[in-house]
Design a protein around this ligand. Structure first.
Ligand code: ADQ
Length: 611
C-alpha cells in the first residue's frame, strides 16, 4: 500500500502559514496595545505635566494639575503640585511684599511673620496649646476623612502656625484621630503641605464631660458672656478641669523638654491653670495666655467658687491677652480686688513676689485670604444649588449653634422685617449656615430646638408657593463651601448677644474684593469697636434690627462701597499676622526669669483650697 503524504505536507505548510499570520496579527495587536498603554499612561501624562510645568513657570496658571488620568505618575504629580503651590505662594508673597514696599505700607503678611519668627524668635520654638485641634480625623461612610472644626480659634491660629511652624498641642477629638497619628499622638499638618506638628492629647469620656462640657462650657462660658444663662459650678467638673490642665501641662513640658527658652502660647478659657503649671516647671519659658471670650466685671466673675485658683493660674503667665482694652480693664480690676499683689494701672500689670504679669489687648482677626484658590461659583449657581429660582437680595448668617450668637433674635427680626415691609416678600432670601456645637449639653439642645421653631414659624407665616424667607442649613461647612455665600450676599448678619470678637464679620469683609455688601453687626461684639462702618444693632431690639435689614437692602451702592472699602482697609491692616506678630513681639520683650526666681509657689493653684 502506498500512502500519498503530499496532502499532509500541504496541510502542514498551510498550518505554518496560518500560524505565521496569526502570530503577525497578534504581534501587531500587542504592539498596538503596548503603544496605547505607553501613550495613555506615560507619554500623554508626561507631555501634560511638561505643558503644565511650562505654563506654571511662565505664570500662566496656578491651578493644580488635574490628577484623574495620571496613572503611574499620580504620586509624582501630587508632589509636584505641592511643590508648585509652595513656589506660587512664595512668589505671591514676594510680589505682595514688593507692592507693599512700593506703596509705603507696613502691613503684616504671612512672609513678614515668618521672617519675624525666624529672626526674632531665633531657635526658641513656638508651642501653641488649645482645646480644639486644627484638623480632626473622622469616619464617614466607612472612610477616614480629615475635617477642620468650626471654630474661631482654629481659623485664627492655623495661619499663624503655618507661618511660624512649631508644635500645636490640642485635644484629639475625632473618632479616627488615634489611627491617624503616631503612638505619641503626633502628626504633621496641613496634611498636603506639612508646616507644623500637631500633638494630640486624648481624654477619657469622663474628663471630656467634666472639663470641657461641664466646667469650661457650662461654667466659664456663660460666666464670661452676659447672656443670662446661669453658669453651673460642680466640684466634680472642677476636679476634671484641674486634672486635664495637668495632663496638658505634662504634654507641653514633654514637647519643650530639650529646648531653651521656649515660647508657649496658651489659648482660651479651657486652660486657665496651665500658665502657672508650665512656669513653675519651666521658669525660663515665656508663657502667654490669650483669652478669646469676653472678661466680665468683678462682680460677675466673683460668683465662681474657684475664682482665686483661676486667677492665680492665669497670673502664672508673663503676658495675658484679650481682644479689647475693656476686657483688660475688667481683668485688672478683678485681680486687684480678688488677689493680693501690686497692680500697676500705668503699665497694665500685676506683680506678685518677683513675678510680673502684663495684660494687653490684641484684637484678633483673619488671614487676608479666606481660602486658597476660592471657588468660582456664580450667584446663579449658588441659588440654584439651594433650589431658589431667584432672589433679588441675598442675606447670610454663619455661626456655630450657640446661645450667645443671637440666632432666635435674628430670625424674629427677619419676621418683623417681612411684616413691616411686605414689599420685600419674595424678594429677600436669608440663608443661615449653622454648625451644631456642644450638642451633648442641655442648653445647646434647647437653643437648637428654639432656632428650629423660630425658623419654622417665620417660614410658615410668610412663605409662598415659590418662596421661602429663611433657608436653614444646619451642618458643618468647609470654608470653601462658605466662601460663595459671603461672596454673593447683599448683606451679612452678626447678631451676637455677647461675643469676644467675632470672626464671621471679618471673614465676610475679607472676601468682598468687589467692595460691595452691607454688614449688620451687634454692638455687643468685640468687632464692633473696630468696624464702625457696619450697621450696628442691639440684638435685643427686634424692631431696630428689622429696620437695619431694610437699611442694608436699600443702602445706595455708593454708600455700600465706601463703607465696605473702609472696613476692608481695616481688616487688611489689622490681620491675623499682625495679631500674632505683636503678641509674640510683646512676649519676647518680657525679661526672661532666672530659673531660681521662678514665679512664687503661690501662683500655682492650691490643691487643698480647690474643691
Ligand atoms: P467662636 O465663638 O467660634 O470663636 P467666631 O469668632 O465667629 O466664633 O468664629 C467662628 C468660626 O467658625 C468662623 O471661622 C466661621 O467661618 C466658622 N463657622 C461658623 N459657622 C460654621 C459652619 N456652619 N460651618 C463651618 N464653619 C463655621 C471664639 C470667640 C469669638 C472670637 C474667636 C476668635 O467666641 O468671639 O472671635 O474665638 O478669638
Amino acid at each position: 500500500m502506498f500512502l500519498d503524504a503530499s496532502d499532509l505536507r500541504r496541510a502542514e505548510w498551510e498550518r505554518w502559514q496560518f500560524n505565521a499570520i496569526r502570530f503577525l496579527v497578534l504581534a501587531l495587536a500587542l504592539s498596538l496595545i503596548a503603544w496605547l498603554v505607553v501613550r495613555m499612561s506615560v507619554t500623554r501624562p508626561m507631555a501634560r505635566m511638561a505643558g503644565w510645568t511650562r505654563a506654571l513657570r511662565r505664570g500662566q496658571t496656578t491651578a493644580p494639575l488635574e490628577m484623574s488620568d495620571l496613572g503611574l505618575f499620580g504620586p509624582m504629580a501630587r508632589e509636584v503640585t505641592v511643590l508648585a503651590k509652595s513656589l506660587h505662594r512664595a512668589q505671591a508673597a514676594a510680589e505682595e511684599e514688593a507692592t507693599l514696599r512700593l506703596s509705603g505700607e507696613t502691613q503684616w503678611t504671612e512672609e513678614r511673620l515668618k521672617q519675624f519668627a525666624k529672626l526674632r524668635l531665633g531657635e526658641a520654638p513656638l508651642v501653641v496649646v488649645s482645646n480644639r485641634e486644627p484638623v480632626r480625623h473622622v469616619r464617614r461612610n466607612g472612610k477616614i476623612v480629615a475635617e477642620t472644626p468650626a471654630s474661631g480659634l482654629v481659623t485664627a491660629m492655623d495661619p499663624v502656625m503655618r507661618a511660624c511652624g512649631g508644635v500645636w498641642v490640642a485635644q484629639g477629638s475625632g473618632d479616627a484621630d488615634r489611627e491617624s497619628a503616631d503612638d505619641r499622638g503626633r502628626l504633621r499638618v496641613p496634611l498636603d503641605d506639612p508646616r507644623y506638628t500637631l500633638r494630640r492629647v486624648y481624654l477619657t469620656p469622663e474628663e471630656e464631660a467634666g472639663y470641657y462640657g461641664g466646667f469650661s462650657n457650662e461654667g466659664l462660658w456663660p460666666l464670661c458672656h452676659i447672656v443670662h444663662t446661669r453658669p453651673q459650678f460642680r466640684p466634680d467638673d472642677w476636679n476634671h478641669y484641674r486634672a486635664v490642665n495637668e495632663k496638658f501641662a505634662a504634654a507641653v513640658l514633654e514637647e519643650i523638654a530639650d529646648t531653651e527658652s521656649p515660647m508657649v502660647l496658651i489659648q482660651d478659657y479651657h486652660f486657665a491653670l496651665l500658665p502657672a503649671l508650665v512656669k513653675r516647671a519651666r521658669p525660663d519659658s515665656r508663657t502667654a495666655i490669650f483669652w478669646h471670650i469676653p472678661w466680665p466685671n468683678f462682680e460677675s466673675f466673683s460668683i465662681c467658687p474657684w475664682q482665686d485658683d483661676l486667677l492665680l493660674g492665669m497670673l502664672g503667665a508673663d503676658l495675658i491677652g484679650f481682644h479689647t482694652q475693656y476686657y483688660c480693664n475688667n481683668f485688672l480690676e478683678t485681680v486687684e480686688r480678688a488677689i493680693e499683689g501690686r497692680t500697676d494701672w500705668e503699665r497694665f500689670s500685676m506683680t506678685r513676689g518677683r513675678h510680673t504679669t502684663y495684660v494687653k489687648p490684641f484684637p484678633i482677626s483673619v488671614a487676608p485670604d479666606f481660602v486658597d484658590e476660592p471657588p468660582a461659583t456664580s450667584r446663579e449657581a449658588l441659588l440654584e444649588s439651594l433650589g431658589i429660582p431667584s432672589a433679588e437680595f441675598l442675606g447670610v448668617g454663619v455661626e456655630r449653634l450657640d446661645y450667645t450668637k443671637g440666632l432666635p433674635e435674628r430670625f424674629r427680626a427677619l419676621g418683623r422685617f417681612f411684616e413691616r415691609y411686605p414689599e420685600y416678600r419674595e424678594r429677600v432670601v436669608f440663608v443661615q449656615l449653622a454648625a451644631p456645637s456642644r450638642s451633648a449639653l442641655p442648653r445647646y439642645q434647647e437653643i437648637e430646638a428654639e432656632v428650629d421653631d423660630v425658623v419654622s414659624s417665620v417660614n410658615a407665616a410668610y412663605q409662598t408657593k415659590r418662596w421661602r424667607p429663611i433657608v436653614y442649613l444646619k451642618r458643618h461647612h468647609d470654608h470653601r463651601d462658605i466662601y460663595p455665600y459671603y461672596r454673593h450676599a447683599d448683606f451679612c448678619m452678626v447678631t451676637s448677644l455677647h461675643d469676644g470678637m467675632n470672626l464671621v464679620a471679618k471673614e465676610f469683609i475679607s472676601v468682598r474684593g468687589d467692595d460691595d455688601g452691607a454688614l449688620i453687626l451687634s454692638q455687643f461684639t468685640g468687632a464692633s469697636s473696630e468696624l464702625r462702618d457696619a450697621l450696628l444693632v442691639n440684638p435685643y431690639d427686634v424692631d431696630a434690627m428689622a429696620d437695619a435689614i431694610r437699611d442694608a437692602v436699600e443702602m445706595p451702592a455708593e454708600e455700600r462701597r465706601s463703607r465696605m472699602g473702609r472696613m476692608r482697609q481695616s481688616v487688611r491692616e489689622q490681620n491675623i499676622y499682625r495679631w500674632a506678630g505683636l503678641l509674640l513681639a510683646e512676649l519676647r520683650h518680657i525679661p526672661e526669669e532666672a530659673a531660681d526666681k521662678g514665679p512664687s509657689a503661690s501662683l500655682a493653684p492650691s490643691a487643698e483650697r480647690s474643691t
